[in-house]
Design a protein around this ligand. Sequence first.
Ligand code: UDP
Ligand code: MN
Length: 509
Amino acid sequence: MSLTKHCLAASPSVTGTPSKGFDEKAYLAAKQLRAGEDPYRQHAFNQLESDKLSPDRPIRDTRHYSCPSVSYSLDLPATSVIITFHNEARSTLLRTVKSVLNRTPANLIQEIILVDDFSSDPEDCLLLTRIPKVKCLRNDRREGLIRSRVRGADVAAAAVLTFLDSHCEVNTEWLQPMLQRVKEDHTRVVSPIIDVISLDNFAYLAASADLRGGFDWSLHFKWEQIPLEQKMSRTDPTRPIRTPVIAGGIFVIDKSWFNHLGKYDAQMDIWGGENFELSFRVWMCGGSLEIVPCSRVGHVFRKRHPYNFPEGNALTYIRNTKRTAEVWMDEYKQYYYEARPSAIGKAFGSVATRIEQRKKMNCKSFRWYLENVYPELTVPEKEVLPGIIKQGVNCLESQGQDTAGDTLLGMGICRGSAKNPPAAQAWLFSDHLIQQQGKCLAAAFPSPGALVALQVCNPKEGSQKWRRKGSLIQQSVSGLCLEMQPAQLVTNKCQADTPAQQWQLLPHS
Ligand code: UDP
Ligand code: MN
């Protein structure tokens, strides 16, 4: 049974909102694919499949079964929905608009503002203004989604802004849980769980409810599992999930908070990076970001951008993320440049006014963000070339094997030079691992006094991850420190004044 048929059967009550003077059929028919045309060419999704579906098609309610019994305040604020688009397919654009009108209590929708970012045909947008509440602003040149959203936000009449992509379908009761969170605290910026609309057959598929937004040092966005401890302590699946960053296309924000925070960086072009900039800004300047699991909105995720980037895709992404790194990432921007060396030396305009804005708002440091919001993002350790791990006149060394075949670790007088040590005293300290010939220092069951041994290196193994903390060497997961006791190497409570925990890594420190 196809998902679509199932949906039709499951929700017979959904009907189209009557729209005076708007001829849906004619609007759609005017832009149908020509026979034989590649249905993916113009939009990077299967337009033929999209065109076949009704603008009012029902979709499956993908929420957790406890969501329908959650109740919301009776005086939620109304919102202005802002949808920017550049050459969107008419069928997806219309379905986005109609899903909002069909699945939202009318009093919560002040207006739907379409910002036509200089699409080839102005009528794609203009004709839709015959639908009640729908407004259309058209850019007279290509601005990109960032400046387009700001333009929409500036004219919005409601106190709350809701941003959507132009190929979405909102699901049952999508808006109320998000408005509730923003009404309770206007500094919360909230997103729904973003369901997947198949780019091939337009089936509406439930996304996992255990994901949040994350990124790597190159400022590449990724969905990631919420950390285990948080997952274990989630007894109520309707509670919001804190997220370090939002995906960016679909979110709700209080308009005065958006303005107070400095809207968007208007010198960012076309697409990309603005979600990091907004996310860092929200967290560091006193707000929070969350995913509200009882809100579901479908989105057509694509594999490529169907539109052109006047300056090129790669350069635009670099410009936007580089502006983000320069304004918000403090000394940690070095890791951005290490992960994205092509950004070094590239022009990115002036960020002076954005930095000034950050100062004026007295925002916290990126270090604070890392420690409090995204401790799971590990800071790369500088690679140390082979060297020695010294304590006083002695060096950490491997001392043959015990009867079980495990390597014995101990201290011996340092031999050779730090740059050219004997094999038993040569260590490589890189990417949080301390290794010798493919084996790594590991504290498998860390507790005060527990033995540290050598294990086959596995960069994913938490027990093998160490970091420098002054002259201490600390295991990241347990927070315990490496200590040399008379006959064995152990982990113990960190004590900066304990000589047995003082280590020198030579030649590099
Ligand atoms: N968009 C726009 N102007 C642009 C590029 C994109 O208005 O120059 C719109 C686009 O039509 C879509 C939204 O911005 O509604 C996000 O773009 P897209 O869907 O391509 O990004 P993705 O969802 O793939 O990240
Ligand atoms: Mn999109």
